[in-house]
Design a protein around this ligand. Structure first.
Ligand code: ADP
Length: 437
């Protein structure tokens, strides 16, 4: 299921960014290509102005001058005397003079049409050499039906009682080639970027999904473990009920006791699970206030001392001699943590052992420790005991221990921005240390 979501998110991330990039690239290409054609048209107009000015000042048009102009600007010139062509230049791509003649005719027709067109720029050059005034018009000429083929200009002038027409054609093939190269470059860049984006999205969404996958895995494990833990007391209750029905009245009391005990176990397990669930949903009730931790420790000691004595254990308490400041914490929750630690210490310490409860105040931190001389915890188990429903092998038989105590303690301490750790007691046993800021 997560694989599908991962692929879907990757496709969506990469698709959206690629679409934005593509739209931007297309906008850029459109603006840049439009600019290229406009610049070329302006430069063509400037060149025609220069040519017209030169023509006004020359009395004879020389071939040499024409070829010089031609080579300078990628232009082709045609001259018509009283409408009769007398000078052709072969245009690139056109194989013979009949093609050129046809092109010229089309150009002159287009010129006639363009005189009424508002896009045509028409200029008269009256200031220079009044003897040879020039008239010229520039327009876009597309004989093949494509959008940008030529910029054309027709320069008209009167010389020695005859009318001369000069047709100048500027082929836009080189511009098209340039645009084509630019488009190919953009396409390559875009394809590479889309590939990189897809890879990045794949890893990025994978990392985003990781906590969700982990959460889901933990939830499934939690439900499986919870169902497993609930099944045992439930089956005991069911079989005890069966037995109770058919048992003699004097034995029924024993079965009812069993049912009550198992019911109490189930109730405590359900309470633990609800606590963890509210912690997961971030509505764990923590009501911080100023707490005198030394007083809280004394109260806990007094509550657990009889229980420790019952198990033939010695419970000691050690408090700082000087007065320590109050700690901002939820006293009920801190008591709950101490209860969990002391319950464990009592459960996992054989008779005759010792449990030390102590409080220290150092560098603005409160340090609470519960040390026992019990069975100890292996290094392997130390990494897992704060996990939900985890119980070390040797403590599995201990009734009423579902492996949730330390995970609840760890959640409570986390909500207090503190830490809880476990270490070995020199000479055997474990030390649980809680640090509160
Ligand atoms: P449980 O309810 O089973 O005690 P906890 O979460 O409190 O669950 O503890 C997890 C496991 O850590 C226990 O099953 C036990 O194996 C180990 N453990 C906890 N405290 C001690 C201790 N003081 N000494 C030895 N083992 C301990």
């Amino acid at each position: 299921m997560f694989q599908k979501v991962h692929l879907y998110l990757t496709a969506m991330c990469a698709g959206i960014t690629a679409a934005i990039m593509l739209i931007m690239s297309l906008c850029y290409l459109y603006i840049s290509e439009k600019g290229l054609y406009e610049n070329q048209y302006t430069s063509f107009q400037n060149d025609i102005n220069t040519i017209a000015t030169s023509l006004e000042q020359q009395s004879v048009i020389s071939m040499e001058w024409l070829s010089k102009m031609e080579s300078r600007g990628n232009y082709s010139f045609f001259v018509l005397d009283n409408g009769i062509p007398f000078l052709y230049n072969r245009l690139g791509g056109l194989s013979d003079t009949s093609d050129t003649k046809e092109l010229l005719e089309k150009c002159l027709n287009a010129y006639e049409d363009s005189l009424t067109d508002t896009n045509t720029s028409i200029t008269t050059e009256p200031n220079f050499a009044l003897y040879n005034p020039c008239f010229h018009a520039e327009f876009s000429f597309n004989p093949g039906g494509r959008k940008h083929e030529f910029y054309a200009s027709v320069i008209e002038m009167n010389r020695n009682n005859s009318s001369l027409q000069m047709v100048v054609l500027c082929s836009l093939d080189f511009l098209e080639e340039q645009i084509h190269r630019q488009r190919t470059r953009f396409l390559l860049i875009d394809v590479t970027a889309v590939l990189m984006l897809t890879l990045f999205s794949f890893f990025f969404t994978g990392r985003l999904l990781q906590p969700i996958i982990e959460n889901r895995r933990r939830q499934t494990a939690f439900i499986a473990a919870a169902s497993h833990e609930l099944r045992t007391p439930l089956s005991v209750i069911l079989s005890a009920t069966d037995c109770c029905r058919s048992a003699d009245p004097d034995k029924q009391m024993g079965f009812l006791d069993t049912i009550q005990q198992e019911g109490a176990l189930m109730s405590s397990l359900i309470n633990d699970m609800l606590t963890l669930s509210s912690s997961d949903n971030h509505n764990f009730p923590i009501r911080p206030k100023e707490v005198e931790l030394d007083t809280l420790l004394i109260n806990t000691y007094e509550a657990f001392e009889p229980l420790a004595r019952k198990h033939s254990l010695t419970l000691n308490i050690s408090l700082p001699e000087e007065t320590i400041p109050t700690c901002t914490a939820d006293d009920e929750r801190i008591s709950q943590v101490l209860s969990i630690l002391l319950h464990n210490a009592i459960s996992y310490t054989p008779s005759g052992g010792q449990i030390d409860l102590s409080l220290l105040y150092k560098k603005n931190h409160f340090c609470l420790t519960v040390a026992d001389t019990g069975i100890g915890i292996s290094d392997e188990d130390k990494k897992k005991i704060f996990d939900r429903f985890y119980r070390a092998e040797k403590s599995r038989s201990t009734k009423g221990h579902f492996g949730l105590g330390l995970s609840i303690a760890s959640e409570i301490i986390k909500f207090h921005h503190g830490t809880i750790t476990v270490s070995d007691q020199p000479g055997g046993g474990s030390i649980f240390t809680v640090i509160l800021p």
